[in-house]
Every structure is written in structure tokens, then in C-alpha cells.
Design a protein around this ligand. Sequence first.
Ligand code: FPP
Ligand code: MG
Length: 357
Amino acid sequence: MAPTASTPSDLAETQAAIAAALERVEERFDHQLRSDLPPVSRLVNHIEHYRGKMLRPTLALVCGLAAPSSLRPSVSPFLSLDHITVAAVCEMIHMATLVHDDVLDEADTRRRGATINRLAGNEAAVILGDYLIASAYHLCSQLDSQKIALLVGHISMTLCAGELLQLSHRNDLSLDEPTYFEIVERKTASLIGLACRLGAQCSGADEATCARFDRFGARLGVAFQIQDDLLDLTGQQSTLGKPAGKDMEKGKLTLPMIHHLAAIMPGDRARSLLLLERACGIRIHRAGVPALPHKDTPGDAAAALRQALDGSGSIAHAIRTAERLVGEACSELTPIPESGAKSLLMMMAEAVVKRAF
Ligand code: FPP
Ligand code: MG
């Protein structure tokens, strides 16, 4: 396939090449979803408006530029139409998961705009999510490599399994760290790993190198979700573009809370459990443990819990864990030749745990 950009050697050139390629990804994305039916177009337009950080397509493209080709080691990688296609496929699958996730979370706002479920109801949101996932497979089938379609199908199943595992632990106040990581590795990290792998694969990298990029993305993906969960506890709606505190409201325990409940003394634990039950809107009767005063609202309970999480060092534990994972992700790239694209990947990895939205 013919190169679409000359091979960028330094950081600024790489950033310019990625910006140009992302425009092509957006065009491919928009073109693929186009419909002659106004009710479909309206919803698709809305999706295009709430396009976010484009993390997955950007990673696919930057990994594509960073990965050495096993077939032509002397030729520096360039971005082909296949890179643009896999980047669009990853973003489309991500969008499908968000549209469905907002139905599950009964979320009203995402990226400063109304969610599809708020705008058009749950039925339309479910079908629009299906339209997105079907479009992603349609786009995928335009690639020569059947292996990519297999991987995309496999990871889509993994995402759903992760979400189902999370659902089965809703309001489970004894959720442990291994199960939390199992959920996060599947529902978030698997697709980020895939985006990195596919970028490398489209550059002709060998399997060992593709697997290295996959591990880089998967480690980064877990760190990304931990940061997302931290922001849900500590962030502000004005910065996040979506309401904070949704996880607790929906009975989803995340790393800081799991650490807190495991680290504190039994007396404090009983109080935190009561607060958590109030924040989640559930009540599990425990003999000898008095209920909270009724004047405490779920919001009061959530605020008291946030203070308790700080006090037990659980916020700091989650931050340290995310930073450690970013370090592990970056170590995966050690054998990859130095380039502007590799530097950009390192910068993106650091930004994942520094972001405020
Ligand atoms: C956001 O997490 C959601 C995910 C990372 C995955 C959701 C996956 C599904 C709903 C399965 C459907 C899959 C397909 C292939 C259509 P979050 O709720 O922690 O983040 P948020 O704060 O951005 O909502
Ligand atoms: Mg959600």
C-alpha cells in the first residue's frame, strides 16, 4: 500500500503526521456511519459531536509509526490506509460501548452533551450502539487481513464479558482487587491493547513486537481506567464534562474503595460500609450495627466517604498503582528503536495519569 505521509523522524513531525492522519480517521468514521434516513443521521451526528480524546485511534496511529517492520527492517514505518481503517474501527467500537454503557449507568451527560439515551431514549440508544458495532465489523471486513477481523471480534466479546462481570458485582461490597482488575482488563484495557497491536500489525511488525505493543496498551488501559475511577471520586462535573460520583451511585466499587475497606480497622470499616450503603442506596442489615441517621443523604454519605478514602491513604494507593502501571507499560517499549513516535507514546502514557478529564 502506498505511503500517505513521509516518515516523520522527530517529535514535531510525528505530531503533525498524526494530526493529519486523525483527520482521515474522522472522515472514514463519518463516511462509514452515513445514512440516508434522517432519524439515523440525527443520532450519528450527535455521536460525531461528542467525540472525545480519540485515545484509541491516536494510539493505533502512533504505534503504527513506532513499530519496526519485520518484512522491511531498513524502511521506517509509514501510515497506510489500513492504519486509518483500524484506527476508525477501534474508535467505533469504543463509541458503541459508551452508548451502551450510558444506558446501563442511566447517564444523562457525556462530554458536556446529552447522552443518546437522554436525547432519544434507551431503545434508540441500544440500537444505535448495535449500528456502531455492526459498522465497525463492516469497515473491518474491507481489510485484506482476516486476522484483524478475528481479533476485533474476540476483543468485542472480551469487552462485553468484562461489563457483564462488573454487572454481576453491582452492590457487592466485598469486591476484591483481583476481581476489579479482571473487570478493568477486559472492559477497558483489552480494546486499548488491541488498538496498539493493530497499529503495529499494519506496519508489518512480527508477532512478538505486536504482542509487546498490545501489552503496552493493556497496561496503559488499566492505568487509564484507574484514573477514570479516581476522577469519578475526586473530579468536578465542570472539568469532567459528565457528573462525578456515578460509580458509587451505581454500586460500582473501584480501586480506592476496595483498598479502603481492606485497609481500615473493623470499627471504621463498619462505618464506611454504612456510608457506602447509603451512598449506593442499598441497605444490608448487620446484627448490632445501627443504621445511619436518616437526615444523611446519599450525597452526604458520598462526601464523608471521600474524606475517609483520603484518610486511609486509598486515593494515594490508587494513584501509585496507576503510575506503576504506566511505568510497566513504558518498559515494554524498551527494545523498540528510538523515534519521534516512541517519544510521543511515552508522553501519551504519562498524560494518561495526569489528566483531569
Ligand atoms: C465505560 O466505563 C465503559 C466501558 C469501558 C466498557 C463498556 C462496555 C459495554 C457496555 C459492553 C458493550 C460492548 C459492545 C462491544 C457494544 P465507565 O462506566 O467506568 O466509564 P464512564 O465514567 O466514562 O462511564
Ligand atoms: Mg459509565
